[in-house]
Design a protein around this ligand. Sequence first.
Ligand code: EPZ
Length: 431
Amino acid sequence: MEQYAIKGGNPLVGEVEIGGAKNAALPILAASVMTDETVYIDNIPDVRDTQVLLKAMENIGVFVKHEGRHKVIVNGAQVHNLVVEDEYIRKIRASYYLIGALLGKYKSAEVALPGGCDIGCRAIDQHIKGFRALGAEVVIEHGLIKTRAEHLVGSHIYMDVVSVGATINVMMAATLAEGLTIIENAAKEPHVVDLANFLNSMGANIKGAGTDVIRIRGVARLHGTDYTIIPDQIEAGTFMFAAALTKGDVVVKNVIPKHLESISAKLLEIGCEVKEQDDCVRVVASKPLRHTHVKTLPYPGFPTDMQPQITVALGLSKGTSIVIESIFENRFKYVDELIKMGANIKVEGGDTAIIQGVERYTGASIAAPDLRAGAALVMAGLAAEGFTVMDDIHYIARGYEDFHQKLQALGAQIELVNSERELQHFKLKVG
Ligand code: EPZ
């Protein structure tokens, strides 16, 4: 069983290259089947979730050819199955993007209900509401979401909650509907904009992505394109906070600093230096960290996907901090693991963490409860005194490419071990 072995104490120093955004790559890969022409997509992160989605696409007849590690050529002309139900697809959330893509193109889709990280109830009512507004029938049967339509017709849709997934799914289906669709209270995340740009490069007519009103004028068909995915905001933010936690000095390269503003603002508040250049950000943490308050919000607010990372940092910051999670109701499960490392954190009402900063964390045996919390706990291990051994690290591989290798290159003492013997060997090696 794979584990991470970590010896804390080294400040992270150096440069790290950020990959393509997972949460942009997933809808863009799904949307690439919406044309019969060939699509070239570059800067795809080589992570578990994109691998699983590509496999599911191949299973329904999509031609997929890898060109190197980060580029794929996709052709969706030979899709022979509109039922997506393989053993892996249930494990990833983004499987549901195939509903919007296939419904738009073929007016029919049946996709296994999505899985993904266990961070809350993760409803899909807004997706269903959007598909129905476009004229599709939607039923849930035998663990599948089944949608079908004679015609898809544009509609005026008000989203009751700001949802990345529902905005993306409805935008895909509406792209090939007849007439105008207006999505109000749309999500504004950079990956929503990236998908709109991708679809527009295929001949779609989408305006307003990045604001809360998106207008989609349906087109009859889409054509091939050559597209490069934006850098990953959350991978970048994770390394920025890793610098803060380990009192390091890290240049995070290949980023769009505008996407990182809420993250940079919080790092400045807690006493780090953040220097932005065109496509990189340098984080220097030379002073003791200070407390702050933070509430997760849809973009441009502080991202829920950075909540565990900032909580772990505030656990070592002087004073009392409060973190409010307003997007998902079950995203503090990792706090129990952090308490094993000496953190003083109380979670109240499921959505509020009250953090009393401590001087240090101490290494412990812990487990990753989900993707982002897993990354945050690794960072805690890197800042801790002594050894940490972490189980369930497969979660981290869902969304971070070469996570421990990138940390090693910054001076972290972390290794992937497969047995007790390898663990002992690591301990002997790093002392
Ligand atoms: C996306 O999930 C991301 N996943 C998540 O990233 C991210 O945490 C989340 O957006 C918020 O930014 C992918 O892009 C694959 P939502 P998604 O729909 O689309 C409620 C990561 O670590 N809601 O924006 O599932 C829902 O319960 C992952 O990379 C409804 O009520 O999130 C939640 O409270 C984890 N009805 C809120 O909206 C719906 O129909 C936001 O969810 C849909 C959502």
